[in-house]
Design a protein around this ligand. Structure first.
Ligand SMILES: NC(=O)c1ccc[n+]([C@@H]2O[C@H](COP(=O)([O-])OP(=O)(O)OC[C@H]3O[C@@H](n4cnc5c(N)ncnc54)[C@H](OP(=O)(O)O)[C@@H]3O)[C@@H](O)[C@H]2O)c1
Length: 301
């Protein structure tokens, strides 16, 4: 991806919008050196940057995604730089592929110390454009909820048996703020896994398995690029986002979220009706006007 042009004041805006997380190289190395860390969605974006950073700090990284060539490129880059990376191509929407993945990983490495559940897919589409697209809901759920849940189910027995493990969920700030029009399928699927994992976390803590959730703000990646509205908003680079993920790996906080998200969520809850009204007005103003002759509500555009 092309490096982004920065405007004056941009770094401050980015820090305000996304929070600033400090993590020294020593702290990260101390936490992950010699650890086996499985990163899903490691072929591009946040997952790729996270895998490179963790491997640079001394972790053995297991890279999972569908695009085998790209995954191998990332693994080769890490290994050539002196790190230790293994590529495990897999489609995480396929439960059998996940079973086979975990079987191979445990056979090859014995255990997984840290799971970074990062693979995901976003869709931004109004409901009027979704009548013929039930598969949007199926696909977002498959990779943002069901796949990650199946992977946790497969890895948990060995983590609990060893009495140690850490799971880092890369969620979105959007599940902590009032829901926004056009993001229904994406936010519902991310919210479902967030709630599922937080509930599970209470049951596994006493067995030495911890969970951290990163409620990530905007990151300029392959995922966010197609959405024109997001292009000019202050967002993190994949490397800055990876810093947040690595802080969650090293420090094991309950969750990480930018400071403004908490009050925004609380205000949205407290004043639900006016908030929904405000967002509805924003939706009306930004929805493209139907073209002449296109008077069928819900016709696929
Ligand atoms: N970008 C943002 O603004 C933002 C904000 C908040 C949260 N997040 C979250 O951050 C995570 C990473 O997003 P990103 O921005 O880095 O997106 P990205 O660049 O599109 O990366 C998504 C990763 O997920 C993998 N993936 C997708 N479907 C998969 C499947 N069926 N099986 C296995 N791997 C699959 C992709 O690899 P393959 O295509 O090779 O399979 C890719 O490596 C997502 O969970 C997203 O919801 C992103």
């Amino acid at each position: 991806m092309e490096p982004r042009k920065r405007r004056p004041g941009w770094p401050l805006l980015v820090a305000l919008a996304n929070g600033r997380v400090r993590l020294s190289p020593d702290r990260l190395a101390h936490a992950v050196r010699g650890q086996v860390v499985l990163v899903t969605g490691a072929s591009f974006g946040i997952g790729e940057a996270t895998a490179r950073r963790l491997a640079g700090a001394g972790a053995t990284v297991l890279l999972v995604a569908r695009t085998a060539d790209q995954l191998q490129l990332v693994a080769d880059g890490i290994n050539q730089a002196g790190g230790s990376a293994y590529s495990y191509p897999a489609d995480l929407t396929d439960p059998h592929a996940i079973e086979e993945l975990v079987r191979r990983v445990l056979h090859d490495h014995g255990h997984v110390d840290v799971l970074v559940s990062n693979a995901g897919k976003s869709i931004r589409r109004s409901i009027a454009d979704s009548y013929q697209r039930f598969h949007d809901i199926e696909r977002t759920n498959a990779i943002n909820y069901l796949g990650p849940a199946k992977l946790v189910l497969e890895l948990l027995p060995s983590m609990r048996e060893r009495g140690s493990g850490h799971i880092v969920n890369i969620s979105t700030a959007g599940v902590r703020t009032p829901p926004m029009a056009r993001w229904s399928a994406y936010l519902a699927s991310k919210g479902a896994f967030d709630i599922w994992l937080r509930s599970v976390a209470q049951e596994i803590r006493d067995d030495g398995v911890t969970v951290s959730t990163v409620y990530m703000g905007l990151v300029h990646t392959r995922m966010s690029e197609p959405t024109t509205e997001l292009k000019n908003l202050p967002g993190l680079t994949p490397e800055q986002a990876a810093n947040q993920v690595c802080a969650a790996v090293a420090k094991r906080p309950h969750h990480l979220v930018a400071a403004w998200v908490r009050p925004a969520g609380a205000i949205g809850d407290l004043f639900r009706t006016p908030t929904d009204r405000l967002f509805r007005q924003y939706y009306r103003r930004t929805e493209p006007k139907p073209k002449p002759g296109d008077n069928t509500p819900g016709s696929p555009r």
